[in-house]
Design a protein around this ligand. Structure first.
Ligand code: HEM
Length: 509
């Protein structure tokens, strides 16, 4: 080797060592690495399995450790290692104070918020989320009046009203329908119907996961170089969103700058955000920050919801003929709406237990995310119930898909059984509604940070199913041979097929 080569090597080895010491989390020897037990790091083939067959990697972690009360380590995106807590640790994990196990710090890392929205505060200081919990859920029934109208307008618009059969690309169409419906309770009329606004919001949410995945997969020291480049895509999406949003924000800020809160003012998330910011975050009452806040709020209400709605539609249309799903749901919807005088009420929603069961069964089998209770360890001295000392900065979570598909818990677990949960409820078992969370059903998390949007979602999905089944006939294209198109695992996310179709025809009622 030339003297120059020796010099370079002499410099590079200590730099690599320092970077590794600085950026790597060191796990205790008694924390087993799934498939690589006894090793101090994962083999490349185990790391690759995260990308090529994460479903079986998670199932192995579940069968060997999680289900038996043992903590383990699995490889994650890029250079990440993920601590998987056992199912029995649910209560322990969800009752730790935020200073010990922190949810927003975990999402800061997972979402790469700095390179998605420009600043960490948009997730670390999640005040619009508190408003969903405290204010929106308190006025759910009145918010639902507008939502019920919007569901009809959106389906007519994006599914069409023709009385002939036509093909619909489900995911793409549900993205538009969900964006329009969710925007009704986020920004209200007329912006919720503006196509350019909806498309730009969807572009932002789609790009969000690409940026989070790409930057999250990079070594930490490369992120400040690549991150600002990736942010340029989101900067464009945010600027386009802001263009459509600006007139509404300015009109609201002018109309409500010096007036006390009144019951007559618009009832939507934006109005709640403006009112909150006037008192608590006046520095954020500007187009830039409010657009960023809005885009973050859309993540849950657009992205996860359109995936859930897509799976729901495929599952209903493709469910085994023995269940007679469509006709049973139509009967229940008709009966409940008649009982409630055609109005969507909490009592009506709660009594639709078969529609509820179809929604819960859909998320049991087909959730986008397959881990829950993502938390970052904020202290040096946290020990799990099975005696593992967790290093500060480690990311912990619980597995959801293998837990929700365990034969010991659910009979015939991989089968879509639309009325699995309504039958159990009719047999007197409790806590099995769509919004009930627990160790055997974790798509919304659990405990104090469980998704507060799920109550709204409960209304939204049931309204969509009701409108769809009442107003349309549905079938799968012939070439699908009565089977729904399969979802695909992309690393640990389960995505519905972007090209998957159904055929729809307006019913004569
Ligand atoms: C299928 C749809 C949805 C799924 C699967 C979902 C799932 C989740 C999950 C897993 C969490 C984290 C819980 C935890 O870590 O313990 C969460 C948090 C959250 N979700 Fe959802 N969500 C959905 C729809 C929505 C909607 C429609 C909204 C708003 C209207 C929403 C608002 C929120 C907020 C504000 C949080 C943060 C809660 C906190 O940190 O305290 N989500 N969601």
């Amino acid at each position: 080797m030339s003297p120059m080569g020796v010099l370079l090597l002499a410099l590079l080895i200590p730099i690599a060592f320092i970077l590794r010491q600085y950026f790597t989390i060191h796990y205790p020897r008694n924390l087993p690495r799934v498939c690589d037990e006894g090793r101090w790091r994962f083999r490349l083939r185990t790391r690759l399995r995260y990308y090529t067959d994460c479903q079986s990697l998670f199932r192995t972690a579940w069968e060997r450790y999680s289900k038996h009360g043992k903590t383990c380590l699995v490889p994650g995106l890029g250079f990440r290692d993920e601590v998987i807590l056992p199912a029995s640790a649910l209560k322990w994990a969800t009752t730790q104070p935020d200073q010990v196990l922190n949810v927003v710090a975990a999402f800061e890392e997972l979402d790469q918020v700095r390179y998605n929205v420009g600043h960490e505060k948009f997730v670390l200081d999640l005040w619009p989320g508190w408003l969903v919990k405290r204010e929106m859920n308190a006025v759910l029934e009145s918010l639902m009046v507008g939502l019920a109208e919007e569901v009809g307008v959106a389906f007519d618009r994006w599914f069409g009203v023709q009385e002939e059969w036509r093909d619909v690309k489900v995911l793409e169409t549900m993205k538009m329908i969900v964006a329009q419906c969710s925007s009704r309770f986020t920004v209200g009329l007329p912006l919720c119907r503006k196509e350019s606004y909806l498309k730009n919001c969807i572009n932002f949410t789609d790009q969000f996961f690409i940026t989070a995945g790409t930057i999250g997969a990079c070594p930490k020291f490369l992120r400040p170089l690549l991150g600002p480049l990736m942010f340029q895509f989101q900067r464009i999406n945010l600027r386009r969103m802001a263009k459509d949003f600006q007139p509404l924000l300015e009109a609201r800020m002018e109309a409500y700058s010096n007036t006390p809160k009144s019951p007559d003012e618009p009832q939507d998330h934006l109005q709640m955000m403006i009112r909150y910011a006037q008192v608590n975050r006046p520095e954020e009452l500007n187009l830039h920050d409010m657009t960023a806040r809005l885009s973050m709020s859309n993540l849950g209400s657009f992205h996860q919801t359109s995936i859930a709605a897509t799976n729901l539609i495929f599952n209903i249309v493709a469910s085994d003929p023995e269940f007679n799903t469509i006709s049973i749901l139509r009967d229940e919807i008709k009966r409940v709406l008649e009982e409630q005088g055609g109005i969507w009420t909490k009592a009506g929603i709660a009594s639709m237990i078969r529609t509820d069961s179809v929604c819960r069964e859909t998320l049991r089998l087909y959730s986008f995310g397959n881990r829950a209770i993502m938390r970052k360890v904020m202290v040096d001295d946290l020990t799990t119930e099975d005696g593992i000392l967790l290093p500060k900065g480690a990311m912990v979570s619980l597995l959801t898909h293998p837990a929700q598909c365990d034969e010991g818990i659910y009979k015939d677990p991989l089968r879509f059984d639309p009325f699995r949960f309504s039958r159990m409820r009719e047999d007197g078992l409790a806590n099995l509604s769509f919004v009930s969370t627990g160790s055997q059903f974790l798509p919304f998390g659990h405990g104090k940070h469980a998704c507060p949007g799920r109550f709204l979602l409960d209304f939204e999905l049931k309204m969509m199913v009701a409108y769809l089944l009442t107003n349309y006939d549905l079938e799968l294209p012939e070439e699908y041979k009565e089977k729904r198109p399969e979802n695909t695992w992309i690393a640990e996310a389960l995505m519905p097929p972007s090209e998957g179709m159904i055929r729809v025809k307006r019913r004569k009622i």
